[in-house]
Design a protein around this ligand. Structure first.
Ligand SMILES: [Zn+2]
Length: 399
């Protein structure tokens, strides 16, 4: 088996006093531009399929909490051994506000895998929490191929103080209000994104915009998560926002202004189409375990009890890269399955260039080469797909 080494040079980045702009989008993808496939490889129908699969778990309840502009249901999964409990703390996670940030969904997908696993630790989590998850908060944007907007062309990450609210914002805000009105309200609210900055980090809100106590709680939370993925997630100092007061248009603004120190509400940014994009399971594991620690839910099992979500396949960076004739693509499949394994090559504008491989494969390490000589120089994406799961790598072909 190929050992997969993850080496990331940590360059702590202090960004103080800047305007609050999330996700670090690159200009050419800012507005309604296709980056990969039309729905970035995971569309509304993919979600409906997965919801059917997840729904087979006895710990899952799925409800529509409202509708998008184009009348697609906004699906919420509740995962708990005791979903009707009036004492267990709630954790709320929503993702794909920005459709083009599908990496944030893959992290959430791995969080779901952890929560539904048979591992003893997963049982402990389900018996002590209620997770609410929206896997696709902006389904219209996903289906329309928009990078950031809903069907009205509005970025619904913002505008939480608008009047009237965009339909999706109204639905989520009402749901937050409803759950905060229960005897066991939300304690942690995570807003999942991914950024071209090519780091994994939380957006930390400075005490000037929150409070010294809240800033300390944020540091505790972020450090606690990071302890489980030290080389993968940046320290809390990486991205500091709200240095000149509290903005009023974001979900975290609403949380702070409405519930203050009672709710740990943070945006998490994964890596959007970077060389080191991936390791979603490691990130998910860190978020889940860090969140449990933050809530004071200590599990006293053995180390092996925690092993709940091994990576099922790994696409390595091609080599050489950049390349001028052909390049080697290596990947490993870590479990046997009956699913079709495919390798697709996409152009930077999302056009399918070539299907290099398309057949079921047993577990093992694989290597194949791709010859770019009949194509133009430029950026391409390798996508490894097994069943409905994908991993992608960026490569550069220079003639
Ligand atoms: Zn985003």
């Amino acid at each position: 088996m190929i050992k997969y080494f993850f080496i990331l040079s940590i360059a702590a980045q202090f960004i103080v006093g800047q305007t609050y702009s999330k996700c670090g989008i690159i200009p050419e993808t800012e507005n309604s531009v296709l980056r990969n496939t039309y729905n970035w490889g995971y569309g509304y129908n993919d979600l409906l399929n997965d919801l059917n699969i997840w729904n087979e778990s006895p710990f899952v309840t799925i409800d529509s909490i409202g509708a998008s502009v184009q009348n697609r249901a906004l699906w919420e999964m509740t995962i708990s051994g005791e979903p009707e409990s009036t004492t267990l703390p709630r954790i709320y996670i929503h993702t794909r506000t920005h459709p083009g940030e599908e990496e944030s969904f893959w992290v959430v997908d791995e969080i779901i895998n952890i929560l539904l696993s048979d591992a003893p630790y997963a049982d402990f989590i389900r018996n002590n929490t209620i997770f609410h998850i929206i896997p696709m908060y902006n389904p219209d944007g996903v289906e329309l191929g928009y990078a950031r907007e809903n069907a009205h062309g509005v970025d619904i990450e913002s505008g939480w103080d608008d009047n009237p609210l965009e339909p999706e914002v109204a639905v989520l805000k009402n749901r937050f209000i409803e759950l905060m009105d229960t005897p066991n309200p939300i304690k942690v609210a995570l807003n999942m994104h991914s950024a071209y900055a090519c780091y994994r980090y939380f957006v930390y809100h400075d005490s000037y915009g929150t409070s010294p106590l809240y800033a300390q709680l944020e540091q505790n939370y972020i450090t606690g998560v990071r302890d489980y993925f030290l080389n993968g997630i940046e320290p809390w100092t990486h991205y500091v926002s709200w240095t000149n007061g509290t903005p009023d248009q974001y979900p975290e603004s609403w949380w702070w202004m409405t519930h203050g120190e009672n709710v740990m509400a943070l945006t998490y940014e994964d890596m959007n189409a970077c060389d080191d994009t991936g390791l979603y399971d490691s990130t998910a594991n860190a978020i889940v375990r860090g969140t449990m620690d933050y809530l004071g839910l200590e599990y006293s099992g053995t180390d092996s009890d925690y092993i709940i979500s091994p990576a099922r396949f790994v696409l390595e960076q091609n080599y050489p890269n950049p390349f001028n004739s052909s390049t080697t693509i290596r990947f490993s499949i870590l479990m046997n399955n009956q699913l079709t394994t495919s390798i697709h090559i996409y152009s930077a504008t999302g056009q399918l260039i070539e299907t290099v491989l398309n057949q079921p494969l047993p577990s093992g390490d694989y290597e194949l080469s791709w010859d770019g000589s009949s194509h133009v120089s430029g950026v391409y994406f390798i996508q490894l797909k097994i069943g409905d799961k994908t991993q992608s790598r960026k490569m550069v072909y220079l003639k």
